[in-house]
Write a protein that binds this ligand. Structure first.
Ligand SMILES: Nc1ncnc2c1ncn2[C@@H]1O[C@H](COP(=O)(O)OP(=O)(O)OP(=O)(O)O)[C@@H](O)[C@H]1O
Length: 611
C-alpha cells in the first residue's frame, strides 16, 4: 500500500470520531453524519483490509486519544465503541415488526438443459428443487452485509434464517471476509456454533453478485436476552457460560481465533441454547512461522470486549486468550446486566480495565511493545485491584472467582477454555473428556489468506465454497466442467425478487435499508435508540403485554420481533431450557451426546435446588 493511502487511513481514523462527535447533538444529526461520511469510511474499510500488516502502533494515537477522551467525557457523545455512528437493530425494530407478505409466485424461466449431458431426473430435480424449496416470510434482521429473513424449508419443514448478502464483490475485503466466514462455518461443526444449512446456487458462476446463505433459525441474541431479562438465575449464568466455553474449546482446538466475541454475536433461543456466530473476523493460526502481524490487519473488533493486549498492540503475538477475555466480559454482562468495560475510546477502555483490575504488574508492563501505551500505563496513578466480590456484592462468589481468572490482564494468566471448564464453578456440569474438540483445519483451506486476491479470485473461491452444498455440481466442477452454471436453474433470481419485496417493506410500503457495510463487525451498543428507556424498554413492555409462549417457530407469518421481545417470558426458566435442550440434542445428528449429560447435570442441580 502506498504512503498516500496509509496517510488517508490515518487521517480518516483520527478524524472520524471527532466528526461524529461534533455531529452527535441529536439523533437526526447522527444519521446525517453517517450518511455524509459513508463514502469516506467505505474507502477506509476497503483500504484497511487490502493493506498488508500495518504498523503495530497505528491503532492508537495516545495523545489524541487522551485529548479526545477528555472532550468526550465532557460532552458525553453518542458514538459507538469504534467511534462510528451506526444504526442499531433495535432502532429498526419498526421494520422488523412488519409482518411481510408471502413470497411471490415463482417467476424463473424453465431450466436450460444440456442435451449432451446425461442427467437422471432425480439428479436434476435435486438442483431444481431449490427453486421452490424456501418460502420466505419476513425480514428478521439487518446487518452491514444485507438482510436476514425467516423462511421455511418446504423440503424438511424446518424454519431457517436466510441471509442475503448484497453486492458481495464490490469490495474485495468484504468478499474475503464472507469467504472466510462461510468456510469456517462449514468446517466448524458444533452445537454451540451456528450452522450453515445451505447456500443457494448462483445463476452464473462468473457474474453473480449476491449470495443467499441458509442458517438454522435462532430466536434472538445474547444482547437481547440480557437486556430483556433482569432476573436471569445463577443457573442461566452457569449454563450460558458453559456453552460459550465449550464452543470456544472446540474453536480454539481447531486453531481458530474468533476475535469478535460480543453478546450480539451469540445467538440465543428461548430454550437457553446459545450459538456463536459471525466469524468474519476470525483467523486460523497454523503455527507455521507466518508473521503474527498479519493478524493485526483490519483489526476492528468491538472495543468493549477487546482484550487489553489489543488496546494498542501490546504484545508481539496474540493468542486464543483474546477470546477468553471477551468471554469474561460477556460473562460479567450476564451477571450484572450491563457491559463491564464500556470504553469510549481505547484510552478510556484501559482506564476502565485498570479501575477494576488495578494497574498491571511490572512484568506485564515490560511486555508491552507499544512505547506510548507502555508509558501511559506506567505513568498512570497506581490503582489497587478491586475484589470482584466487593464490586458485585450479591453475585455468586464462585462465578466471580472464575470471572477474575478470565479477566487476567496478562493473557498468559488467563485459563484456556478447556481449563476454565474444569473450574469448580462447573462442578457437576462440565465433563471435559466428553466435550468434543475440533480436528485441525487443513492449511489448504486457507491458502487464500497468503496471497493478494482479486475480485475474480474471490468470486471463484466463494463459488467453489457454495458448491460444497451442491455435491453433484461440485463433482462436475472438480472434473473440470465449465458450462454447468447454464445447465441448472438457480433459485437465486426468485429469491432476489422476494427479498427486494420484503426490503421495500412489502405491502406496508415501509422503507428500510441495511446498515452501511463499512460498519461491518462494529458494535451497535451505543447506537441511536438503544439506551435504557427506549427500544429496550419497549421490548420489555411488549414482553409484559403479550404473555404468550411466542417464538418464531410458532408460525412463519408471525413477526419475529415479537418473539424476540417475548424471550422475557416463562420460556426462560432454567428448568424449561434444560428440558428442551435434552430433547433437542438427542434428536440432532450432531456429534455431541455430552450436552445431554451436561444438561442432565444442570437438571439435577436445579432439581436439587428446587427441593
Ligand atoms: N441464524 C439466525 N437466526 C436468526 N437471526 C439471525 C441469524 N443470523 C443472523 N441473525 C440476525 O440478523 C441480523 C443481522 O445478521 P448478521 O449479524 O449476521 O449480519 P452482519 O451483516 O454479519 O452483521 P454485522 O454488521 O454485525 O457484521 C442480526 O439481528 C442477527 O441477530
Amino acid at each position: 500500500m502506498g504512503g498516500r493511502a496509509r496517510s488517508l487511513i490515518r487521517w480518516l481514523r483520527h478524524h472520524r470520531s471527532r466528526r461524529v462527535s461534533s455531529a452527535s447533538s441529536s439523533s437526526s444529526s447522527h444519521l446525517t453524519a453517517h450518511t455524509n461520511t459513508s463514502s469516506a469510511t467505505t474507502a477506509t474499510s476497503d483500504l484497511r483490509a487490502r493493506s498488508l500488516p500495518q504498523p503495530q502502533d497505528d491503532h492508537v494515537d495516545w495523545e489524541q486519544e487522551q485529548q479526545q477522551e477528555e472532550e468526550e467525557l465532557a460532552d458525553g457523545p453518542e458514538s459507538d465503541p469504534e467511534g462510528y455512528i451506526v444504526l442499531d437493530r433495535e432502532g429498526e425494530a419498526g421494520s422488523l415488526r412488519v409482518a411481510l407478505p408471502r413470497a411471490p409466485a415463482r417467476t424463473n424461466p424453465p431450466p436450460r438443459m444440456d442435451p449432451g449431458k446425461k442427467t437422471s431426473e432425480s439428479e436434476f430435480f435435486t438442483e431444481y428443487g431449490e427453486l421452490n424449496r424456501y418460502q420466505v416470510s419476513e425480514v428478521i434482521g439487518k446487518g452491514s452485509y444485507g438482510v436476514v429473513a425467516a423462511a421455511i424449508d418446504t423440503q424438511t419443514g424446518e424454519r431457517v434464517a436466510i441471509k442475503k448478502i448484497n453486492d458481495v464483490f464490490d469490495h474485495v475485503s468484504d468478499a474475503t471476509r464472507i469467504l472466510r466466514e462461510i468456510k469456517l462455518l462449514r468446517l466448524l461443526r458444533h452445537p454451540d456454533i451456528v450452522q450453515i444449512k445451505h447456500i443457494m446456487l448462483p445463476p452464473s458462476r462468473r457474474e453473480f453478485r449476491d449470495i443467499y446463505v441458509v442458517f438454522e433459525l435462532m430466536e434472538s441474541d445474547l444482547h437481547q436476552v440480557i437486556k430483556a431479562n433482569d432476573d436471569l438465575t445463577p443457573e442461566h449464568h452457569q449454563f450460558f457460560l458453559y456453552q460459550l466455553l465449550r464452543g470456544m474449546k472446540y474453536i480454539h482446538a481447531a486453531s481458530v481465533f474468533h476475535r469478535d466475541l460480543k453478546p450480539k454475536n451469540i445467538l440465543a433461543n428461548a430454550d437457553c441454547k446459545l450459538k456463536i456466530c459471525d466469524f468474519g473476523l476470525a483467523r486460523v493460526s497454523f503455527n507455521d512461522g507466518a508473521p503474527s502481524a498479519i493478524f493485526w490487519t483490519d483489526y476492528v473488533a468491538t472495543r468493549w470486549y477487546r482484550a487489553p493486549e489489543l488496546c494498542g498492540s501490546f504484545f508481539s503475538k496474540y493468542t486464543p486468550a483474546i477470546d477468553i477475555w471477551s468471554v469474561g466480559c460477556i460473562f460479567a454482562e450476564m451477571l450484572t446486566g450491563r457491559p463491564l468495560f464500556p470504553g469510549k475510546n481505547v484510552v478510556h477502555q484501559l482506564d476502565l480495565m485498570t479501575d477494576v483490575l488495578g494497574t498491571p504488574s511490572a512484568e506485564s508492563l515490560a511486555k508491552i511493545r507499544n512505547e506510548k501505551a507502555r508509558r501511559y500505563l506506567s505513568n498512570m496513578r497506581k490503582k489497587p485491584k478491586v475484589p470482584l466480590t466487593k464490586k458485585f456484592p450479591g453475585i455468586d462468589p464462585m462465578a466471580l472467582h472464575l470471572l477474575e481468572r478470565l479477566l487476567a490482564f496478562d493473557p498468559k494468566d488467563r485459563p484456556t477454555a478447556d481449563e476454565a471448564l474444569t473450574d469448580p464453578y462447573f462442578n457437576g456440569l462440565a465433563n471435559s473428556e466428553r466435550e468434543p474438540i475440533a480436528q485441525p483445519i487443513s492449511k489448504l483451506e486457507f491458502e487464500f489468506e497468503k496471497r493478494k486476491l482479486g475480485k475474480d479470485d474471490v468470486r471463484e473461491l466463494i463459488y467453489r465454497e457454495i458448491l460444497e452444498y451442491h455435491p453433484q455440481m461440485l463433482q462436475e466442477y472438480l472434473r473440470g466442467g465449465d458450462q454447468m452454471s447454464f445447465m441448472y436453474p438457480s433459485g437465486v433470481d426468485r429469491f432476489k425478487q422476494q427479498f427486494a419485496h420484503l426490503e421495500k417493506g412489502g405491502a406496508k410500503g415501509e422503507k428500510s435499508s441495511p446498515q452501511l457495510r463499512q460498519n461491518a463487525s462494529l458494535p451497535r451498543e451505543r447506537a441511536i435508540g438503544n439506551k435504557h428507556g427506549d427500544s429496550d424498554y419497549q421490548v420489555k413492555l411488549n414482553a409484559g403485554e403479550k404473555p404468550v409462549h411466542a417464538s418464531v417457530t410458532d408460525g412463519i407469518s408471525k413477526p419475529l420481533m415479537s418473539a424476540r421481545s417475548l424471550l422475557k417470558s416463562e420460556t426462560m426458566s432454567a428448568s424449561k431450557c434444560i428440558g428442551e435442550i435434552k430433547n433437542k440434542d438427542v434428536s440432532s445428528a450432531r456429534p455431541l451426546t455430552t450436552s445431554v449429560d451436561a444438561a442432565d447435570g444442570v437438571s439435577q442441580k436445579i432439581a436439587q435446588l428446587k427441593t
